[in-house]
Design a protein. Structure first.
Lengths: 350, 350
DNA sequence: ATAATTAATGTAACGCGTTACATCTTTTAT
DNA sequence: ATAAAAGATGTAACGCGTTACATTAATTAT
């Protein structure tokens, strides 16, 4: 085993100093005579020497790498969060391993193990297993068996009460539904539908529950026939809307599980000769890029992307460095309404 | 320094065998008595032991990690390629470090160094420095100084002839423009414009050059006034189209630098009372998700995403394992036309 | 000038999996 | 039964940066 790259010993030899001294100038630690430091630094530069993070991590038990597991980066929501995570991680000198599970649970397990072998300092989970309404026990066991005590932070999901070195940062979708309902009812809507999503997934169940709970606070009616679940895609929006259109009585406003679905709904309305927002106000969720390209542009509830990423990374880093996480380990961030063009006062009977 | 996790020595002690034997069952290498193997394996399982990849990598000089540097994952094109890269990488048991430069060259340099310290087995570059028409010499020097001899593969870009352990995989955008022109002229268009993009960036310059070269092969005219560069965004499409609309004479077909720009163009046309494709046929590029949500849907030239990712990773792996790369180290893959709704025969004088 | 501090620097072990090489068994051949 | 070959397992060095501890040099105090 011989390495092409130069090692700290090569530098030490060249400088006639010990590796300890080189290490000291490398880390700006310990006392090193200015003269020595300059000499060593010059040799380091001349040889384009960079310390081997593997060796460093092996000894320090810190790899400065964190793992991020998501369903798919091609989904704009995840892409935005990943970007924010990375921007925040860089502040802590962490580099991210990105793992796409393709919503395949076995693959999520596989990656979890893989990241454990890579000795990541922390794990960030979003979607998939972490966004199921009833926490998956086997997955938690996997974490306990192979990841513990490495800290885990969940974004928009949960696992807490099961894995005890875990925190979470979420968008408050429950409260967001109240905002949505407040907005829509104040616009004059009384008949409100809900399209897209899938039961068993937190982001759907939370909204559905809020929809029911809010009925007593706001002046609207929600009928089961106005709830058409499908999935989270554009096509899901099309399908759900087509389904809704079969009903004899129709709502005047529609809340969509996300913007992709909202886009599908809007385009379906238009294709069928309806106007948005005149015939149907369509409210989106997420504030993803698609929301500004439909016509009309989508009024939507935005995730606090930047905070979601930065707070999650903060949490993770505090845990990595054993700093107490104040009182709360699970925080909910407010979503905010971005008014664009897809909602207005209802044209028809309110 | 004491570790919480169990190490190979713990397993060895528990089994009353040497670490070599444990290592052998771990890697299925060397001769191990079936009985011993079973014993060791059972202890490994019981202790939830997983080998430390850092230690392994330190000795083997292979980290099974590759670095991917891109401008931003939030850009759908990059997200798709990254996803394909990862799907391909998993076949080679590689995990990917994702680095977003935010199109900041200093950050790209920073990440390049960082990945070098992480001892990645290979580097995958897309966009940014690797997509500038004139290769950035300083960046190549950085690669030579700190990355070499680690192999590098560029996707949709180049650096070749400079860094000698480098291959590239690209979409043939030049040929794609010929396809585009062939398609548009055969539809009857003779006046063709080009919107979006930015000079100095390969994906723009290649198309622009092709546009000029192709004039002798196809029956169309291209005027300088019909070329409005801006950038690669939706807003860029809006701006460019608004600019174009100021001209007295207008083209009947427009080629956009990408689908985001095409979407901006389409929506601008519609807002201004024009019809797409009747008044203007608008052709996109990339086949990104936005192309199916505009109305009309965008006819576009698609990148061979899956191959782009898998071939790039193949190349990288061959280089990592010192397998010769056949003859070619730079390959061009055919893009293909996806017909949707944004192009038709011209309504006006052809 | 000498002792007492403080500053610089060196030595060697450590973290953990791998593997070349050596040693000890077991099996096969004669 | 004995030598030769094959199989199983162990020992220890290695990859490389870090750091506790020891040692030596330079200052400061007395």
């Amino acid at each position: 085993m011989k390495r092409g790259k130069v090692s700290i010993r090569d530098i030490a030899r060249e400088c006639n100093v010990s590796v300890a001294t080189v290490s000291r100038v490398l880390n700006n630690s310990g006392a090193v005579k200015e003269e020595t430091r300059k000499l060593v630094q010059s040799v380091i530069d001349r040889y384009n020497y960079r310390p081997n993070e593997l060796a460093r991590g092996l000894y320090t038990q810190r790899t400065k790498s964190i793992g991020v597991i998501i369903p798919e980066v091609t989904n704009h929501f995840f892409a935005k969060v990943v970007l924010e995570i990375e921007k925040a991680a860089i502040e802590y000198e962490q580099t991210v391993f990105l793992c796409n599970t393709l919503s395949d649970n076995a693959l999520q397990d596989f990656y979890t193990l893989r990241l454990s072998e890579k000795q990541v300092d922390g794990l960030l989970l979003l979607g998939g297993r972490a966004n199921e309404t009833k926490t998956n026990v086997q997955y938690v066991k996997l974490l306990k068996d192979y990841i513990y005590p490495t800290p885990v932070v969940i974004i928009n999901g949960k696992l807490d009460n099961y894995y005890d070195n875990c925190a979470s940062v979420s968008s408050d979708e429950h409260e967001a539904m109240f905002q949505a309902l407040d907005y829509l009812t104040s616009l004059g809507h009384r008949k409100i539908g809900f399209l897209g999503g899938k039961r068993g997934i937190m982001s759907t169940d939370i909204k559905l529950n809020a929809l029911k709970e809010a009925e007593s606070s706001f002046n609207y009616v929600m009928k089961e026939e106005w709830i058409k679940l499908s999935n989270y895609t554009y096509q899901g929006g099309v399908d759900a809307m087509l389904e809704l259109l079969k009903e004899k009585e129709l709502p005047t406003a529609i809340i969509s599980i996300n913007d992709e679905v909202a886009a599908g709904i809007i385009n379906t309305c238009i294709s069928k000769g309806y106007s948005v927002p005149d015939d149907f106000s369509v409210l989106g969720f997420d504030n993803s890029s698609i929301s500004t390209v439909t016509m009309p542009k989508i009024t939507t509830l935005s995730h606090p992307y930047e905070e979601l990423g930065s707070i999650a990374v903060d949490f993770l880093n505090n845990m990595i460095n054993d700093k107490p996480l104040k009182d709360v380990t699970n925080i909910n961030l407010k979503m905010n309404l971005v008014e664009r063009e897809s909602c207005s006062r209802p044209r028809r009977d309110t």
